[in-house]
Write a protein that binds this ligand. Structure first.
Ligand code: CA
Ligand code: CA
Ligand code: CA
Ligand code: CA
Length: 313
């Protein structure tokens, strides 16, 4: 059951798409959810669902973040988003005092082709941070992010080609995997390092009785010693599928997120995110956040589900 929902998107229709959770190291109960509004920009919500910032910066489709990044001599969380308005990489840092985003892109960083979804990767081997941009043509562009004059610039390092539309993706920073959802086909697993080449394996297939097109958001719940879960939005049947994070990503379970007290259930979900961190009294074992395609009162929004009601870690 969803226990909290965010304020509705400022824009009507199919607006909200993908959430990202920032765990506040100073006070986990003061963590935030960043949500894309592909008709206008990015919104920031507190854990009660209240909107605390809105940036009218473009048509943001997907969003992701990495904490512990060095920038201008400080350690900050870097947030990136795919801006479909001009096919660029939007880049922000999180101000931990105000819990709001500040633009730190050194320039308008445009991908070579059109962008759709995105995700980030931090290499355990080199410490470098990457951005994967996906597209409706099936092309995936991997870009390396780097510091330039206390801001963030990027350069392209790899192209991957899939057969059809790819949007949702997620990288496993510890195990070095890049997972991408080919919406009508299934989930693929590549090496996340730029020199990993085009070798890949299929994790799951649309039509296997669990995954129903479109396959949308992907996220990883990090457990101990490389264990945990890979989670996917099976948009076609309003559900989510859980796989093991390790080994060959064995199927674990599928589930739906139903209505809670004063909060409607979740349907036709695009993006998802999860953290296993203790976020205080409301979410002591972490939270699973999903976009809800049909909010009962008003525009689309995001729903928060206590993680311990889904999986044990
Ligand atoms: Ca899609
Ligand atoms: Ca989507
Ligand atoms: Ca709903
Ligand atoms: Ca509602």
């Amino acid at each position: 059951m969803a226990t909290i929902e965010t304020d509705p998107a400022p824009n009507g229709g199919d607006a909200d798409d993908d959430p990202a959770i920032w765990v506040n190291p100073n006070d986990p109960a003061q963590s935030i959810i960043i949500g894309t509004d592909k008709r206008g920009g990015l919104a920031v919500y507190d854990l009660s669902g209240k909107q605390i910032q809105y940036l009218s910066d473009g048509q943001m489709d997907n969003v992701d973040l990495r904490d512990g990044c060095k920038l201008g001599g400080q350690t900050v969380a870097i947030v990136t988003a795919s801006n479909r308005k001009d096919n660029s990489i939007a880049v922000y840092k999180i101000n931990p005092q105000t819990r709001t985003l500040e633009d730190v892109a050194t320039r308008k960083i445009k991908l070579e082709g059109a962008v759709y979804g995105m995700c980030m990767y931090r290499s355990a081997k080199t410490g470098k941070i990457y951005y994967f941009g996906t597209s409706k043509s099936g092309d995936v562009e991997q870009w390396e992010l780097f510091e330039s004059d206390a801001k963030v610039d990027a350069k392209k390092v790899r192209n991957i080609k899939l057969g059809s539309t790819v949007e949702g993706c997620v990288a496993d920073d510890e195990l070095g995997h890049f997972y991408v959802a080919e919406e009508a086909v299934g989930i693929w697993k590549f090496g996340a390092e730029p020199e990993a080449g085009s070798d890949h394996t299929q994790v799951a297939k649309v039509g296997d009785g669990r995954l129903f097109a479109d396959v949308e958001g992907l996220t990883i719940a990090y457990g101990k010693n490389g264990a945990g879960y890979l989670m996917a939005s099976s948009q076609g049947n309003h559900s989510y599928v859980v796989y093991r994070r390790e080994g060959n990503n064995e199927f674990v379970k599928n589930f739906r997120a139903g209505a809670g007290v004063g909060v409607d259930g979740c349907e036709e979900t695009d993006g998802i995110d999860v953290t296993t961190a203790n976020l205080g009294p409301a979410f002591p074992y972490g939270v699973f956040v999903v976009q809800d395609g049909f909010n009962d009162k008003g525009n689309q929004n995001f729903k928060l589900v206590p993680l311990q009601t889904i999986v044990k870690l």
